[in-house]
Design a protein around this ligand. Structure first.
Ligand code: SF4
Length: 258
């Protein structure tokens, strides 16, 4: 151990430990620690990547709403162009109660994009995605894989808050998801992390439960797609953080191997 540990590494370690503590993990299996050290070494390029590759998903048998390649008609040159086209959108009934359209935020060059379901009360008030309690947890999840929130891009399937935070209805998803599609076409991330059922089912065009979608690596137009639980669900169900941690490690591994 060096006399003066790297402050950035200490920050990352702190984020890890906070995440573990919130996950209810208060002791460590020595084998797991050795595995984590090997993973950390591979992330830093000091060793071989973990030999065990995560399971790849079977191609979906269902037809996709989103074509395999980006159609000419949805090729925008920038996120601003997509936002301008969205305008003061009234394409679905979610416009009636919203305060702000929550378009998305983050790094337009992001390698990793998080897609949630829709804005909550705080997001609607501020016009920014994932800024409430679930957003704070998402920030810690990002930091736990040694990234900063300003390195990633965060958006939702629907851009206006569903009343009472209900699940967006099919007509609302159909009206709004073309804008998500256009955002992703501009961003061209290497990895997409779907937070929760709505995001995963919308992008993968399946009706499979989230418990069966997670734990695999899917594809979306050249990007790897990992589905995991929504942070709001984790706040209600802390034991699920263990599974989310596995998904986060999968994302870290994908980013470090590309
Ligand atoms: S949810 Fe999307 S489609 Fe519906 S009004 Fe808001 S921006 Fe428009």
């Amino acid at each position: 151990m060096p006399d003066h540990p790297d402050p950035a590494l200490l920050e990352q370690l702190k984020a890890h430990l906070e995440y573990y503590a919130e996950s209810g993990i208060d002791r460590f299996d020595p084998k797991a620690v050795r595995g984590a050290l090997r993973l950390a070494a591979s992330v830093r390029g000091e060793g071989k990547s973990p030999s065990r590759r995560p399971q790849q998903s079977e191609p979906s048998a269902q037809a996709s709403l989103f074509a395999e390649s980006v159609p000419e008609s949805v090729r925008d040159s920038s996120l601003e162009e997509v936002r301008d086209d969205l305008g003061d959108c009234q394409r679905c009934k979610l416009c009636q109660d919203r305060t702000h359209i929550v378009f998305g935020a983050g790094n337009p060059q992001a390698r990793l994009v998080f897609v949630g379901e829709g804005p909550g009360a705080e997001e609607d008030r501020q016009g920014l995605p994932f800024v409430g309690r679930a957003g704070q947890l998402l920030t810690r999840m990002i930091e736990a894989i040694q990234m900063r929130r300003d390195e990633v891009y965060i958006c939702n399937v629907v851009k206006c808050r569903p009343p009472g935070n209900r699940t967006p209805q099919e007509d609302e998803v159909t009206a709004c998801s073309p804008f998500l599609e256009r955002q992703l076409a501009v961003l061209q991330p290497e990895v997409i992390c779907c937070l929760g059922l709505t995001a995963a089912q919308t992008l993968l065009q399946v009706r499979t439960p989230i418990g069966r979608l997670r734990g695999k690596i899917h594809s979306f137009r050249g990007a790897r797609l990992v589905a995991t639980y929504h942070p709001a669900y984790l706040l209600r169900n802390p034991p699920a953080k263990r599974e989310v941690w596995e998904d986060l490690k999968r994302i870290r591994s994908l980013l470090s191997s590309s």
